[in-house]
Design a protein around this ligand. Sequence first.
Ligand SMILES: Cc1ncc(COP(=O)(O)O)c(C=O)c1O
Length: 395
Amino acid sequence: MKTIDDRLATRTTRMNASAIREILKVTQSGDILSLAGGLPAPEAFPVDIVKGICQKVLEENPVQALQYGPSEGLGPLRQALVEYAARLGISASLDEVLVFTGSQQVLDLLGKLLVNTGDNVVVENPTYLGALQSLNAYQPNYIPWPTDDEGAIPDALEEILRKNRVKLIYAVPNFQNPTGRTLGLERRRCIARILVQYEALLVEDDPYGRLRYSGTDVPTIKSMAPDNVVYLSSFSKVLSPGLRLGWVVAPHEISRWLVIAKQGADLHTGSLPQAIAAEFVAGGYLDRHLSVVLDLYRRRLAAILEALECHLNEVATWTRPQGGMFVWVTLPAVLDAEEVYWKAIERKVAFVPGKFFHTDGVGNSTMRLNFSNTHEDRLGEAIERLAGSIKDVAA
Ligand SMILES: Cc1ncc(COP(=O)(O)O)c(C=O)c1O
């Protein structure tokens, strides 16, 4: 009898991420304090604003919001994003700005368009797990881009590019998922110079850039090497992930192909969510709402860092991000974070073991903690439980 394995395409086997899915299944149970996901706080959803905008959109332009739309994205949203991108220091023409069904879709479509089986794709080590899940289907050969406490190392990229033919480079320079690290200005300049010199293409994934709780913004790599960078961002962390809205600023010859791939994938992104987002940006709601979100997450970041200081001082080290949603913890090398994970589940707290974010089998003693989705009053308790589980394993 035929099994599913007889039916699946060869590439599908690479899509198998069951280990982490199995592990995280247990976090669904209601009484677990989960630092595992990458979810925004429910309190951060601008329900009343969206209600009002919906009403306005459906009264003023119901057909545009409910009809099929262009694969490039809704005109008013793209126009609003051109202006928004300019405020981020990215100058873009309308044909370079496209809207997608979440930024996750862009990762999939870029893989589909650019990556042949066995092509070299450079990813920060560690990197965003979802990028690996998207790209895996296209069977790339990952080259891990070494990182240190300040993020991805430019010299290491140059060495990789000198020795290999590289199809694509993927990085999250702001408040990286999973480490929370942000690349400094000097490193960005070096990376931009290297991209130009080697005629390389970088996907600069930036869903967290606006979630800065302290310090000052660093210019995007896109602004330094516009022809060599696909800039990718999202409404998921600043408005709502349920609307499924991502957007890119891509060099013209890539945006043209992205539109073709998008057409084949899902024709276009939902018109109603796009109409909502257009008004959210152009009507000035985004900036006002962001200040609410920043206040909320700033408190949560302070709470988790204080709790780590209190319960894990001299046991572990961790990053001190100035924004985003994640803190990265490194345990002594003898401790296995997956073992800690199962002890943590017994103590009703969850996180993601860091090895899943690596492409070279390292990172066994690291873990990613999310702080945006747990109330600040409970983060202390969560970290106390986590510290207990680390001690269980150490013992
Ligand atoms: C770095 C990074 N890129 C992309 C995504 C996907 O975001 P979206 O909801 O826009 O698909 C996430 C989601 O957590 C992310 O952390």
